[in-house]
Design a protein around this ligand. Structure first.
Ligand code: 6PG
Length: 251
């Protein structure tokens, strides 16, 4: 199932996502006793995280039943302003009663290879799986952003990581990637194994990338990375009017 929802502002977009997050958490906890979510990085989700931490949303979530992981991370210290974990910690996790053991960050400071290996271990623990056996972690929800170049998570056009079919987490050390900080990212098959994938896209700067991704335009003779995200479960694009393009499909 795919849906595209357009909002007049990032604030109203984030409020709608927060409302859906509460419902998705409630449904997952009722069905499986927990809600396993991979958060996104970048700047767009900050408003969402702040809203989830506020009364009206935070008090409607059983944080003891949430497991919070990440779709990707930069290989920096957790207190580095570029850290995706640091963003979520300051905007959300420090303000809600989630047990520390329920937060499983990517330890980017270990460096890309060691951090990816360690994150694979964490994913195996969280999902009770053994890497390399063809099983895929099934997140209840993965939040994603969209870069102006059509990347998502830390999956960039032309990256070998796009072809990864076995590993769950991969290191990204592309020299031409900007900012030039190595990263760790979930691989495409894990994104596509999720029950729900939500893209949050805001700002006029994303309009062309959104148009290209939605129209299946190629880059480097392959689809844009975000265009490779075709989950078996639900895919919802939360887009603000500034990022929406004329003639954009609404479903
Ligand atoms: C990251 C994100 C990345 C982000 C997009 C959009 O680590 O940078 O995972 O995929 O979502 O680049 O970033 P903005 O929200 O800052 O535009």
């Amino acid at each position: 199932m795919r849906a595209i929802r357009v909002f007049d502002s990032l604030s109203s977009l984030s409020r709608a996502v927060a409302e859906q997050f509460v419902e998705a958490a409630r449904d997952a906890i009722a069905a499986r006793g927990r809600f396993v979510v991979a958060l996104s990085g970048g700047s767009t989700p900050r408003t969402l995280y702040e809203q989830l931490a506020a009364p009206g949303f935070a008090d409607r979530i059983d944080w003891t039943k949430l497991l919070v992981l990440w779709g990707d991370e930069r290989c920096v210290n957790p207190d580095d302003p570029r850290s995706n974990y640091g963003l979520a910690r300051s905007a959300l996790l420090d303000h809600v009663p989630i047990p520390g053991s329920n937060v499983r960050r990517i330890e980017g400071e270990r460096g890309p290879h060691a951090a990816a290996d360690d994150y694979e271990r964490v994913l195996g623990e969280v999902f009770g799986l053994h890497a390399g056996r063809g099983e895929m972690p099934c997140f209840d929800l993965i939040l994603l952003g969209l870069g102006k170049d059509g990347h998502t998570a830390s999956l960039f056009a032309g990256s070998p990581a796009l072809r990864e079919e076995k590993r769950w987490a991969v290191d990204v050390t592309m020299a031409d990637m900007d900012p030039r900080v190595p990263r760790v990212t979930l691989a495409i098959p894990v994104l596509n194994a999720a029950r729900r994938v939500w893209f949050l896209v805001s700002g006029q700067g994303k309009r062309e990338a959104l148009r290209a991704v939605m129209r299946g335009a190629p880059v480097h003779s392959a689809p844009y990375p975000a265009g490779l995200v075709r989950p078996r479960g639900e895919l919802v694009w939360f887009v603000d009017e500034a990022a929406a393009f004329p003639g954009m499909p609404t479903a």
